[in-house]
Design a protein around this ligand. Sequence first.
Ligand code: IDP
Ligand code: MG
Length: 208
Amino acid sequence: MSVFQRCVFQRLLQQVSSGARGRNVTSGLVSVSTQCALWRGRATAGAGYRNKSSAPCVKERTFIAVKPDGVQRRLVGQIIHRFERRGFKLIGLKLLQVSKDLLSEHYCQLTKKPFYPDLVNYMTSGPVVAMVWEGPDIVKISRMMVGHTNPAEAHAGTIRADFSFHVSRNVVHASDSTEGAQREIQLWFDGQDLLNWDCIDQSVTSEL
Ligand code: IDP
Ligand code: MG
């Protein structure tokens, strides 16, 4: 081995061991091909959370509920289908009779509104299907899918426009912000009832 070759070899070894330290790998005996894989892994780990426009591709969860009118009218399947069709992932699901206590926490910002007593009667009039869905930007996208609070003003193609016509019976709930989603998910679900699972089409529906 020439001096030049020895220098190149030593340099490679130094790079490999510093790369390995960066990855918390204790052994210094890391092959060059392994190091390349480590660097490639690093590059993709960074890029994996960004889409092609380099905007962050945010993985989020949101709280969706089919309200009592939606359950009574047998719309549960069609509403779930819309979220499945869009490519989102179901993380939690339950059918329940909502208590007034839960509802007053859920709608804590609305308790002073004149329609609040009617809202409580409506929301406790029958079972609700509560769900947690996951996907990139799901809070924003699901609000668009659900449509305007008042179905009379909702765009055609949104759930509220397609299935309802009055603000007091608007079929479905969707969290309005990421903070709201977090609060509502914790309110309606125990952590153990939410399932982390691998969706087989994940790599074809996003770059995550
Ligand atoms: P959102 O459900 O689109 O987020 P919010 O303003 O948070 O709308 O209101 C919560 C729920 O209260 C609505 O979905 C609807 O069921 C009910 N609600 C809102 N405004 C009125 C109203 O003016 N009359 C009757 N019910 C209303
Ligand atoms: Mg709201």
